[in-house]
Design a protein. Structure first.
Length: 569
């Protein structure tokens, strides 16, 4: 049994519907009576495979057992129409969406006797709608979304938007978009032109500064999308946005840091093969070039020709192309062959895939420092040599002073001995003076005895003449002895006076020599100490000179030979 053709005007209409729409007939219990080819093709069946079977073969088993499905057929049996989109299952469980009407049919007596379903396969449209809806849902989950009327009045907004701006839907619904912008901008010509553009159906996108609740500044990456109805008329504007406030702050921070670096350091950018892309004014001033003179040129214009041809220079750029940093002190050649020393880092910059795409160099000129170090090194070397010579001279003086000390000590000892001899001489003269006094006393007594003898001889007369002669001789001898004794006394006194003076002079000499000896000893000790200090100074000067050499070498080739070669972050 197939769908029969109808006659009459109404019949022609039904025939036309059956030719353009899928159609199927059921009895009131839901059993299939017949179906046209459009329906069979849509569901993937032949008529013989479905005739007599229940409508439930087209629905999911769970739905077929549900109360809702029972009520669906109960309503049809009561003569109630059903019309909407339905999910149905074709042959093999294939999902089919149809836009259908279930129409209870009455006979000539007005009794219900069957149900006719007229349907259109809308599976492709439903898939598209599901795709669109899925995309919109996904966008809504990941992005802030807000709907506006064409005059800018807020219609709706999702949670992402409300959270970003700090509002509830009730606080913004019905308000104008201008609540999200600064007052001055809201009154500007630019803002009016912005909405005029959207009302013309023109799309607008970019980064926008917006104002959230309590004046909070928010940056969004957004697109304003005019939406058209089925007749191509504008109906609303939908904005999709992403909060990029943190990113903008981070970008501002990075930009600020880079600008700060650019104000204090020379900066130049290269391609991976070493060609110059850009350079700041500080770099150009350091090297003496204008940008036009270096743009597109190779980095090798800044190095000596011999180095530019070296294996080391080739490896330098190969490592940069591999993403390895290089930092150190470098000798470079500026305009007109000017020698320039820089402390620099060459930094490979990576793309989103982690691949190097250019090299940025940050540099500080250290030419004056290098020259100062070289001058300091020369001065230190001269000072070290002079100190070494002074140390040798002081050593010689120290040795001479040691000999002088020994000689002075010998003089002091000899002088002390002379002083002792002088003291002994004085004492001997004093002893001789006592002997002279004794002789003088004896001479006096002899003289008295001679006088007495002369008296006695005179008394004796002729008998005493011989005795008188003897007495006279004894008296003469006594007088001579007395005169000699006086002479000796005078000589002794003179010798004693001289000896006293000599002794005093010797004593002064001893004291002077002692003081000289002390001075010489003190000077010798000081010179010995000075010798140690000078020797230490000489050693320190040599070490300082070596240190300056080492600093010079290190400054000139910081990390050279052991380049940082760290993977660029």
């Amino acid at each position: 049994m197939s769908l029969r053709l109808f006659s009459g005007d109404a019949g022609h209409v039904l025939n036309a519907i059956y030719k353009s729409h899928a159609a199927i007939e059921f009895d009131l219990d839901g059993n299939i009576l017949t179906a046209n080819d459009l329906f069979l093709n849509a569901m993937g069946y032949r008529l013989g495979e479905i005739r007599g079977k229940h409508h439930s073969i087209f629905v999911e088993p769970e739905y077929a057992r549900s109360q809702e499905y029972k009520q669906f057929w109960a309503a049809l049996r009561r003569g109630e129409h059903e019309a909407r989109e339905y999910k149905r299952l074709g042959n093999g469980g294939r999902e089919v969406w149809i836009q259908a009407t279930y129409n209870p049919i009455r006979n000539s007596l007005g009794r219900l006797y069957k149900v006719v379903k007229i349907a259109t396969d809308v599976s492709d449209r439903k898939l598209r709608e599901a795709d669109f809806e899925g995309q919109i849902c996904a966008i809504s989950k990941s992005q802030a979304m807000i709907h506006f009327a064409l005059d800018g009045t807020i219609l709706d907004a999702n949670e992402n938007f409300l959270h970003a701006m700090g509002y509830t839907l009730e606080e913004i619904q019905g308000q104008h978009h201008r609540m999200f912008v600064e007052p001055a901008y809201a009154e500007s010509l630019e803002y009016r032109q912005f909405w005029e553009k959207l009302r013309r159906g023109e799309f607008d996108s970019g980064e926008y500064k917006r104002i959230g609740k309590d004046g909070k500044e928010i940056w969004i990456l957004a697109s304003y999308n005019p939406i058209f109805d089925m007749n191509g008329r504008l109906m609303k504007v939908v904005k999709f946005a992403t909060d990029i406030t943190r990113q903008k702050l981070a970008d501002a921070d990075y930009r600020g840091q880079i600008e700060a670096i650019g104000r204090t350091q020379a900066v130049i950018e290269f391609t991976l093969d070493g060609k110059i892309l850009a350079a700041n004014q500080l770099f150009l001033d350091t090297m003496g070039y204008s940008f036009a003179e270096v743009q597109g040129k190779h980095h090798s214009i800044f190095v000596e020709p011999g180095y530019a041809e070296s294996k080391e220079y080739r490896e330098f750029w190969e490592n940069l192309r591999k993403g390895k940093c290089n930092a150190g002190a470098f000798k470079r050649i500026g305009k007109n062959g000017k020698e320039v020393w820089i402390q620099a880092s060459y930094n490979p910059i990576l793309d989103m895939e982690g691949r190097p795409f250019k090299v940025v160099k940050f540099a500080t000129e250290i030419t004056d420092m290098i020259r100062l170090i070289e001058n300091t090194r020369a001065s230190m070397q001269n000072m070290a040599a002079a100190t070494e010579e002074m140390s040798a001279s002081i050593g010689e003086i120290s040795r001479n002073m040691a000999l002088s000390k020994d000689a002075t000590e010998s003089i002091r000892t000899t002088t002390a001995t002379s002083g002792a001899a002088s003291d002994s001489l004085v004492k001997s003269m004093q002893s001789m003076e006592r002997i002279v006094e004794l002789i003088r006393a004896i001479a006096g007594r002899v003289n008295i005895l001679a006088l007495n003898a002369s008296i006695e001889a005179a008394r004796a007369g002729e008998a005493g003449k011989g005795f008188a002669v003897v007495a006279s001789e004894v008296k003469n001898l006594s007088n001579q002895t007395s005169e000699a004794t006086d002479e000796i006394a005078r000589e002794i006194e003179e010798v004693q006076k001289i000896s006293t003076e000599v002794a005093a002079s010797v004593q002064e000499t001893i004291e002077g020599v002692t003081r000289v000896n002390q001075y010489v000893s003190s000077v010798a000790a000081s010179l010995e100490q000075q010798t140690h200090v000078t020797q230490e100074l000489s050693e320190n000067s040599m070490r300082s000179s070596q240190a300056v050499d080492e600093i010079n070498d290190r400054v000139k080739k910081v990390n050279k030979g052991q380049e940082l070669m760290v993977e660029a972050a």
